[in-house]
Design a protein around this ligand. Structure first.
Ligand code: PLP
Length: 452
């Protein structure tokens, strides 16, 4: 349909504000129009077939266009396309999905789930329920939130307030008071130590001191991603999460794992926190829960937290929070079909295996490419860190457009990859196999050679 394609090209940025980009820049280099998808591939408006190195936006974990997910969606649409899970009603898929998540996260003692429409909602829900939990516990002064620099927790005011990078926050201040960030346990760039364990200890000490300085009786929760994603794919030292759990337990501070990216397999374990051997108090899910087929978010509570609502009826226990889309039947039906695939096809196992192949394939670039300082990752989360100087590890200035240029070379070579600041991020579908991993590796290797 050439007429429609021309219309789409002409109107690409005419009426649409795109996230995370200046509207004037997007008019100069308009967003690529994706028109089709299948498995690990997408097709753009010019007919190019590309490996989806991003898995949509870290979310199409089961791959594109899966018949069983589409069938579940259509069958649910035929039964009931919408009814709310507000106060007095529920639909079957929301009941089944809440039970399924509790079953999958039984090891974490998750007993309750509250649904929403995306990751930002899931984080907002967690922050609000954490505050309400402390009110129900008779400790209403516990209102503050701690988090990590480089952390990303979505775009709502609460999530933005715990976000660890000022460039996301600056345009929207003032944000929530009482939110504090500590250094990220980032082995490649930190002022403490090259040794991962010394680094973990240094950050834990910082957290300990911060809690003491604020007063433990004022701190509600610590929120963190098990592997920091949007901040540049930062994999913490092995001992960091267990030590984090310990220090928070010492002061009875809740641990919220933001598993929006890592949940349901991406980091090579069913949950990112489980990969570190840690049981959080609350977990935020979105993205991979429904693989992007229908937007869905979920906030899961362990027994310790959930039980606070069951000590007897009180007006303080009424959950004055929720969305029209909470428990959306079509989203929940899609998620049930996706989680079935996650289990049946062992996607966490495949993420671990294919992630290793991806990392091994790209690691030589840190030696051979003059502007790549480090290649790092866990499971199917991989980042290439671009530097202007390898010795000082100075991040490449995103304003120079070099990382974008390499990403667009990679696209010309057959793979979509994501430039994010000075890092190229890879997060392909968890169903990916060797040939597509190799296409991504070759596309990026050729793209870097073209630059060098
Ligand atoms: N939390 C994390 C860790 C994320 O990576 C994201 C999005 O990338 C969010 C929350 C927000 O999710 P959404 O964009 O669905 O609102």
């Amino acid at each position: 349909m050439p007429d429609r394609d021309n219309y789409l090209r002409a109107h690409n940025t005419r009426h649409q504000f795109h996230p995370m980009i200046h509207p004037m820049i997007s008019a100069d280099a308009p967003p690529q129009i994706i028109t089709g998808s299948e498995g690990c591939y997408v097709t753009d408006i010019d007919g190019n077939r590309l490996v989806d190195g991003l898995g949509g936006l870290w979310n199409v974990n089961v791959g594109h266009n899966r018949a069983e997910v589409k069938q579940a969606i259509v069958e649910q649409m035929d039964r009931i396309s919408y009814y709310s899970s507000f106060a007095g009603t529920a639909t079957p898929p929301s009941i089944e999905l809440s039970a399924k998540i509790c079953e999958m996260a039984a090891e974490e003692e998750i007993t309750k789930v509250m649904f929403s429409a995306n990751g930002s909602d899931a984080v907002e829900t967690a922050l609000k329920l954490a505050r309400q939990y402390w009110q129900l516990e008779g400790k209403p002064t516990r209102t503050k939130f701690l988090s990590l620099k480089q952390g990303y927790h979505g775009v709502h005011f609460g999530g933005l307030s715990v976000n660890g990078a000022p460039y996301y926050r600056n345009a929207y201040e003032p944000l929530l008071g009482g939110c504090f960030q500590v250094d990220s346990p980032w082995t490649y760039r930190n002022p403490y130590s090259e040794d991962p364990e010394e680094l973990a200890d240094a950050v834990i000490t910082q957290i300990d001191r911060l809690i003491q300085a604020q007063g433990p009786e004022t701190v509600a929760a610590f929120i963190a991603e098990p592997v920091q994603g949007a901040g540049g794919v930062i994999v913490p030292p092995e001992s960091f999460w267990p030590k984090l759990r310990e220090v928070l337990d010492r002061y009875e501070v809740l641990l919220i794992a933001d598993e929006v990216v890592t949940g349901f397999g991406r980091s090579g374990a069913l949950f990112g926190a489980r990969g570190w051997g840690v049981k959080p108090d609350m977990m935020c899910f979105a993205k991979g829960i429904s693989s992007g087929y229908v937007p869905l978010g979920a906030t899961a509570l362990n027994k310790r937290v959930a039980d606070a609502w069951y000590r007897g009826f009180s007006p303080e226990g009424i959950i004055m929070h929720g969305y029209t889309s909470t428990g959306h039947p079509v989203g929940c039906a899609a998620a049930l079909a996706c989680l079935d695939i996650v289990e049946r096809e062992d996607l966490p196992g495949n993420a671990a295996k294919m992630g290793k192949r991806l990392l091994d394939g790209l690691t030589p670039l840190a030696e051979s490419c003059s502007i790549i300082g480090e290649v790092r990752g866990k499971g199917l989360m991989v980042g290439l860190d671009f530097v202007s100087d390898k010795k000082s590890r100075t991040p490449m200035d995103p304003g120079k457009g070099i990382v974008e240029r390499i990403a667009s070379f990679a696209r010309e070579e057959g793979a979509i990859v994501r430039p994010a600041g000075s890092v190229i991020i890879l997060s392909p579908p968890l169903v990916i196999e060797e040939p597509e991993i190799d296409i991504i590796v070759e596309a990026l290797t050729r793209a870097c050679a073209r630059y060098d």
